[in-house]
Design a protein around this ligand. Structure first.
Ligand code: PXP
Length: 393
């Protein structure tokens, strides 16, 4: 392994995704065209960093990153270790503080520091001149973007929401097209799960669909539902593989926003406890908002599904970037709190790629875009095309 990542015992309290960090380091070496080089990256705490900072730079207190390039020692007759770049020390405590100041995730900040440290190892130095500082800064940003869009941990699962197959059926009140058959085609094309929303007004999916899907879905059946007694009873009877609690308004065209977990904490906790007793994991559909993540955690949820609607509906690139950053930060926060993270709403063939590249997302839930495309190219083609994008990281 060209990059040896090591972790000090003093940083055990930080929930680090070691696999992700290792893969980001490896990707970085590849981008720098140093595949055969070896580097040691050591993640430590502030106390250790302060002592190295004093010893090697005669400076008080911790810093975020220190790089020690290998220097050829010709006096002892040993050859220069050509492939060895050196060591990078990173204080996770400092990175955590900086991530809070910069309003980004901890792993985002750690990635910045790994890139910075690595560029120092290969000879860049921002302290030499202003022009070199600018060159280094621009290169760092470019590398970060390349790493971020190279999803290096496992790909997200793709779950297809087949509600709108039922919408077409209900338009004539007959039996076709059948969402149960559509779900099987999605699975044949490689979808990892099937999602349906059994609404109180039964505008698309019917009870019969949910019962049949329970018998036919071979991947995972996720039942979206409002937290109301009638649907809770049905979920407990049918036992889907998981449920997702969503807000529901009769007059809305589709789910309009995340569930306010804070305002409904008691009812949600009660439902989660009942589902847990029945062995059904619960996800809560929330806006990308840190307080909702904490409330979902307190209520006992296993997953949160982050609402991607504002990102998808953004009217300018700046607004989309802002919404994307919010999803990235909150996904990381939720992951670090111990929740599993799904995302969905409004995702389509054009906007899904950056969301699929986020490392902390377990599953994407996509309906309208895939069903719309299926009308033109067939269900299996539509699912395969989406899978190609989601898995093209
Ligand atoms: N996730 C949730 C919670 C939803 O309510 C919906 C819409 O039913 C989706 C994902 C899928 O959204 P879209 O149909 O826009 O892909």
């Amino acid at each position: 392994m060209p990059v040896h990542c090591r972790y000090s015992r003093s940083i055990r309290s930080h929930r680090l995704n070691r696999r992700l960090l290792q893969q980001r380091c490896d990707t970085l070496l590849r981008l720098l065209e140093r595949r055969t080089a070896t580097v040691s990256v050591v993640f430590i705490g502030d106390d250790e960093m302060a002592s190295y900072n004093k010893q090697y730079r005669n400076k008080q207190g911790p810093t975020n990153v220190l790089s020690f390039p290998v220097i050829a020692d010709t006096t002892n007759g040993f050859p220069h270790p050509e492939n060895e770049l050196g060591d990078i020390l990173i204080s996770v405590d400092t990175a955590r503080r900086e991530s809070m100041e910069q309003k980004c995730g901890l792993h985002h900040r750690l990635t910045d520091l790994i890139i910075h440290g690595m560029l120092h190892l290969i000879g860049y130095d921002h302290e030499r001149s202003e022009s070199e500082a600018e060159l280094m800064w621009n290169y760092e940003r470019q590398l970060f973007q390349q790493i971020q869009t190279t999803r290096s941990s496992s790909m997200p699962f793709l779950a297809i929401n087949v509600d709108h197959v039922a919408t077409i059926r209900q338009a004539r009140g007959g039996v076709e097209p059948d969402p149960v058959l559509a779900a099987s085609l999605c699975e044949l094309a490689g979808a990892d799960g099937i999602v349906v929303h059994l609404r109180e007004d039964r505008r698309h999916i019917q009870d019969r669909d949910v019962r049949l899907l329970r018998q036919t879905v071979k991947t995972r059946l996720n039942l979206e539902m409002a937290n109301v007694p009638e649907i809770i009873d049905l979920a407990l009877e049918v036992k889907p593989d998981m449920i997702t609690l969503v807000p529901e308004k009769r007059e809305e065209l589709t789910t309009e926003g995340g569930l306010d977990v804070l305002a409904n904490a008691k009812d949600i906790s009660r439902t989660i406890a009942r589902m847990q007793e029945a062995g059904i994991p619960v996800s809560i559909f929330i806006d990308p908002d840190a307080t909702q993540v904490q409330a979902a955690l307190d209520a006992g949820a296993t997953y949160v599904e982050l609402h991607t609607g504002n990102y998808c509906d953004a009217r300018t690139p700046e607004e989309q970037e802002q919404q994307y950053t919010l999803i990235e930060q909150v996904a990381e926060l939720a992951y670090e709190s111990g929740l599993k993270v799904n995302a969905g709403h409004g995702l389509d063939y054009r906007n899904v790629h950056p969301i699929a590249a986020l490392p902390f997302i377990d599953e994407l839930s996509i309906g309208h875009a895939v069903i719309s495309r299926a009308v033109l190219v067939g269900m299996e083609n539509a699912v395969r095309e989406m899978l190609t994008i989601v898995r093209s990281m």
